[in-house]
Design a protein around this ligand. Structure first.
Ligand SMILES: Cc1cc2nc3c(=O)[nH]c(=O)nc-3n(C[C@H](O)[C@H](O)[C@H](O)COP(=O)(O)OP(=O)(O)OC[C@H]3O[C@@H](n4cnc5c(N)ncnc54)[C@H](O)[C@@H]3O)c2cc1C
Length: 339
């Protein structure tokens, strides 16, 4: 590879956009092409949180990824004059005594603290805690600002020739013959926009589902996970699931203003996938961010930059060639077993 290869990025969702910005700032020659297809980044709630899941476990690569979040988005806001980064704590509502006990007994209390939640308008039989260090990013205006920047810098569109084609296609990778062997298990998600007069807008609320404050008494509420659902279209069952969960816990009336949905690009290994294809060394991928794109993309983009410019290896779990080989081996074993 030349020391400064020219790069064609395909896809300008949050993965392609953050990668393009990172590589452009580092002085690499690039262009971005997006055919205007459906992007899950346009419907995502945009949250990043240090602790995930029912057990509030630290996210994969948290110690590397979180400092990049705190650096990348504020710097981008400053240089673009936009406003889309919202660091905010989360009121984490326990849904069972087991969840509450687990939190009380954990040794590592990083990112959590006690909170008197009695004044919040929620049904709280098991109490709550506060998660710090997270927040959310309003992705559509950020992507618009980055698109404008690429256009102004002559980095928008398809080049005739590039040393590397870098695919950041989101869920469409699972249909691309080059990348289908990575192994995908995409997850459809429904998300609602609600009007909730009287609910404080200074934090995110999490009760298995989430409420993200948008301003003017509006909140995004979601999201569902429908695994292996091929259609990105909104599902009535998804809307009902969200409304039911919220009604059980919120002691205020709410009104549904909008219902959106999308497909999350989830790789079977559940961590992002990056780098060159095992057989076609000029074809690269940057994908598989699942529901952690906002947290992981800035750090992974920086790792890609370092790999391109200095040969610093990518995190081993993410290396595309390795992942493809593993998945092919798995498939082979499965076929032999089913003979
Ligand atoms: C309901 C819901 C809620 C979510 N909430 C969160 C959240 O709170 N936090 C979080 O981090 N993540 C969340 N996610 C996940 C998040 O959306 C994804 O991690 C992230 O958006 C993936 O970005 P991407 O760039 O890989 O894909 P996308 O955003 O889908 O972008 C892919 C882009 O590539 C383009 N493209 C694809 N193929 C081609 C091609 N061949 N030629 C040209 N262009 C092409 C498409 O037009 C599209 O613009 C949520 C997802 C859903 C569905």
């Amino acid at each position: 590879m030349s020391e400064s290869p020219s790069i064609q990025i395909i896809g300008h969702g949050l993965a392609g956009a953050i990668l393009a910005e990172t590589l452009s700032v580092a002085g690499l020659t690039l262009s971005v092409f997006d055919d205007g297809g459906r992007a899950s980044s346009q419907v995502a709630a945009g949250m990043f949180t240090p602790l995930t899941g029912q057990r509030m476990i630290a996210s994969w690569a948290l110690d590397e990824a979180l400092p990049e979040v705190q650096q990348f988005y504020p710097a981008l806001e400053k240089s673009s004059g936009g406003s889309f980064f919202h660091p905010q704590s989360t009121l984490r509502i326990f849904r069972s005594q087991k969840e509450a006990d687990e939190w009380h007994s954990r040794g590592d209390q990083r990112f959590t603290q006690s909170i008197d939640a009695s004044a919040f308008p929620f049904h709280l039989p098991f109490g709550a805690c506060e998660i710090t260090g997270g927040g959310w990013v309003n992705l559509p205006p950020m992507l618009e600002a980055l698109k404008k920047r690429r256009q102004e810098q002559g980095q928008w569109g398809k080049r005739d020739q590039a040393d590397i084609t870098l695919w950041a296609e989101g869920v469409r990778a699972s249909e691309n013959p080059l990348w289908k062997d990575v192994g995908w298990r995409n997850a459809q998600g429904d998300i609602l926009t609600l009007h909730i007069p009287g609910l404080a807008e200074d934090r995110i609320y999490n009760f298995g589902k989430f409420l993200v404050p948008l301003g003017n008494q509006r909140f995004r509420c979601g999201a569902t996970y429908a695994w292996d659902e091929p259609s990105p279209e909104p599902r009535e069952a998804g809307r009902t699931e969200i409304e039911t969960s919220l009604s059980e816990i919120l002691q205020l009336p709410f009104e549904v203003c909008d219902h959106q949905s999308g497909l999350r690009p989830v790789a079977i290994a559940r961590v992002p996938v990056a780098g060159p294809h095992p057989e076609q060394s000029d074809q690269w991928i940057f994908n598989g961010f699942g529901s952690k794109g906002v947290l992981l993309a800035p750090w992974m983009a920086e790792r890609m930059r370092a790999y391109i410019q200095t040969g610093t290896p990518l995190p081993k779990e993410c290396i595309a060639a390795r992942r493809i080989q593993r998945q092919r081996d798995r498939e082979k074993t499965r076929r032999i077993k089913h003979r």
